[in-house]
Design a protein around this ligand. Structure first.
Ligand code: IDP
Ligand code: MG
Length: 143
């Protein structure tokens, strides 16, 4: 399997609960490596642009409002099969359906405030990483 990079956001609910460290611990324990990280308080335009694929959905306005309600931690994660590994560690979109032990099962309260974002494909990971990080800000792990 190939070494991939994927994109993660620890959303305002998780940051607000002071769970950044607890969630990153889960990521590291699953073999994922943080290769870039930045706290950012998204503007409305940035959040709308990031979630543009969902703009026709009924939940779009609430999603954007939530995503700009506080700072987030944006990260690039690297590892074997990282896109799928991180989706699995994160759990289902609705925490009520998320498997026990996943980030969303343990740290999220609802489908609206579900603790984490993760790219759903390698192609989207590249687009999302480029939205938040310059190539030179990604630090592939040499040890
Ligand atoms: P994902 O985050 O698991 O990839 P997506 O379908 O891409 O799920 O949806 C993006 C985000 O939009 C979700 O993480 C969640 O915060 C929100 N969302 C998705 N579906 C609903 C819904 O039916 N009601 C409210 N919010 C939703
Ligand atoms: Mg998605």
């Amino acid at each position: 399997m190939a070494i991939e990079q994927t994109f993660s956001i620890l959303k305002p609910d998780a940051v607000g609960k002071n769970k950044i460290g607890a969630i990153i611990q889960r990521l590291e324990e699953s073999g994922l490596k943080v290769v870039a990280a930045r706290m950012i308080h998204l503007s409305q335009k940035e959040a709308e642009g990031f979630y543009a694929v969902h703009r026709e959905r009924g939940f779009f306005a609430d999603l954007v409002k939530f995503m700009i309600s506080g700072p987030v931690m944006a990260m690039a994660l690297e590892g074997e099969n990282a896109v799928q590994v991180y989706r699995d560690v994160m759990g289902a979109t609705n925490p009520k359906n998320a498997a026990p032990g996943t980030i969303r099962a343990d740290f999220a309260d609802s489908i609206d405030e579900n603790a984490a974002h993760g790219s759903d494909s390698l192609e989207n990971a590249k687009i999302e990483l480029a939205y938040f990080f310059r190539t030179t800000e990604l630090c592939p792990r040499t040890r």
